[in-house]
Design a protein around this ligand. Structure first.
Ligand SMILES: Cc1cc2nc3c(=O)[nH]c(=O)nc-3n(C[C@H](O)[C@H](O)[C@H](O)COP(=O)(O)OP(=O)(O)OC[C@H]3O[C@@H](n4cnc5c(N)ncnc54)[C@H](O)[C@@H]3O)c2cc1C
Length: 433
């Protein structure tokens, strides 16, 4: 079905094709897994988590193979908005200490607080052409009460040495081209990038460092045999001594202990055609990226071509291509009243997976198998940081390398019903918006 709406200089798109597929430099040509391969570590999934882990293992001289069901980045990573957000979703540096205890809380805060810088340093070190924009990540407050909390959160981050501030309402109206907010928490090391280009770049560097990467090779089974793991795809097998599951929601099908550990969150992501200079002045005139804290959240950033990129959670009320497009237009009008008639150039759907803690989790599955479960709709920076740490832990055997202590997975109770909750809650949020 052809797309409606004007096209831009970055190619016509099929419906549901992300902006990033039109703008990311081509990835490496990767073979499918055929025949038999032996390796030390097998990583399943080439999103940001798997790619970062594999790159850092290969750089340390550890033999590593990656098996990806589609192409690198075809999961949540390449569907995402590409915001680089060094912040908690539900916590602050102090509330996390109450939740996890001081030592574990401070350790996680260090990882989250540094995570954006980790991303941008990695991009620079590997010269990844992914439109990195370290021009700040903001969480605007939609109520004065939240603004009051955020003034304290800014102080909590600052006393720990992070470049975080609170921007008052007047300044935030100018920064976001929107008078809707009572101010915003500002993380100066945050920003945005092209997430598909990022993961393709990580994979190229992993290949250069000696990793083997196989695409279009869905793992059909994993079995434990003679002290190792045998992974089977349609055309080949890999035998590995150690295993990293980085398949996001796909982890559930790979290991019985991972079943029912996460919930699906469907998201619509969209990008305008490149904005005119007038339109640019009406939206994020100084750059930056933001995600607010409304239940029916709003997010926005721009890229180097002038696309304005945003998204919204799927609800029971917005169904079908035309309704999705209308909703995208409505949300832009609602947030950027001064933005003259934006054209939606790309609209696509994504699937994020959330856990009940909304915190990055690493699961120890025993038998030298470990799983990353840290999507939560906000994992580009955290999964990069986790991948770096996981590679260090696997290379050195030092569990202290991890900011998230591995634990046993716990299935979510009443999972079938719970799986409906994200959409149900988002539908209620939509009605109250
Ligand atoms: C629409 C949307 C917008 C988002 N926006 C942002 C944002 O702006 N900023 C942010 O930080 N986060 C965002 N997120 C969340 C972010 O994308 C994720 O947290 C992050 O990309 C997860 O990375 P990952 O590597 O764990 O998973 P994924 O990127 O999902 O990678 C998992 C990979 O495993 C592969 N796989 C699955 N099963 C198998 C199998 N059996 N065999 C082989 N391979 C398999 C998949 O094909 C996939 O490529 C967004 C998510 C969505 C869906």
């Amino acid at each position: 079905m052809p797309r409606t709406g004007a096209s831009d200089a970055h190619g016509a798109q099929a419906p549901d094709q992300s902006l990033w597929l039109s703008t990311a430099p081509a990835g490496a040509t990767l073979p499918p897994l055929r025949g038999h391969v032996e390796t030390e570590v097998l990583v399943i999934g080439a999103g940001v988590a798997g790619a970062t882990t594999a790159l850092h293992l290969a750089e340390r001289g550890i033999q590593v193979a990656v098996v990806e069901a589609g192409e690198p980045g075809c999961g949540a990573t390449g569907q995402s908005g590409g915001l680089i957000a060094p912040d908690y979703i539900r916590h602050s540096p102090e509330t996390i200490c109450t939740a996890l205890g001081t030592e574990a809380g401070e350790r996680l805060t260090r990882m989250i607080g540094r995570s954006a810088q980790t991303v941008f340093d990695l991009v620079e070190r590997h010269a990844i052409d992914c439109d990195p924009r370290q021009d700040g990540f903001y969480t605007p407050a939609h109520t004065e009460a939240l603004a009051q909390d955020q003034r304290q959160y800014a102080e909590q981050w600052r006393t720990r040495g992070y470049d975080v501030d609170f921007v008052e309402a007047e300044a935030s109206a100018r920064l976001f081209g929107s008078p809707r907010y009572a101010g915003a928490l500002q993380f100066r090391t945050g920003g945005s990038l092209n997430p598909l280009a990022y993961v393709r770049g990580l994979i190229r560097s992993a290949l250069d460092s000696g990793a083997k990467v196989f695409a279009n090779s869905r793992v059909k089974s994993l079995t434990r045999q003679a002290g190792g793991w045998i992974c089977r795809t349609r055309e080949g097998t890999i035998r590995a001594r150690r295993l990293v599951l980085a398949a996001n929601g796909g982890n559930a099908a790979l290991h019985p202990a991972m079943e029912r550990t996460s919930l699906p969150l469907h998201v619509v992501q969209f990008a305008t055609s490149p904005l005119s200079s007038d339109q640019r002045q009406a939206t994020l005139p100084e750059g930056g990226a933001f995600t607010d804290k409304r239940p029916y959240l709003f997010t926005a950033r721009t890229d180097r071509h002038g696309h304005l990129i945003s998204g919204y959670p799927t609800t029971f009320f917005v169904r079908g291509d035309r309704a999705r497009r209308r909703e995208a237009e409505r949300r832009l009008r609602q947030n950027f009243a001064a933005l003259p008639a934006p054209d939606i150039g790309h609209i696509w759907r994504g699937l994020a997976w959330v856990n009940t803690s909304f915190l990055p989790e690493i699961y120890d599955l025993g038998d030298d198998a470990i799983a990353i479960q840290a999507c939560n709709g906000r994992g580009i920076a955290t999964n990069t940081a986790l991948g770096v740490e996981l590679a260090e832990m696997l290379a050195t055997g030092e569990r202290e390398a991890l900011s998230v202590q591995p634990r046993s997975p716990q299935p979510i109770r009443f999972h079938a019903a719970a799986a409906m909750m994200p959409k149900l809650l988002m539908s209620l949020a939509y009605l109250s918006d």
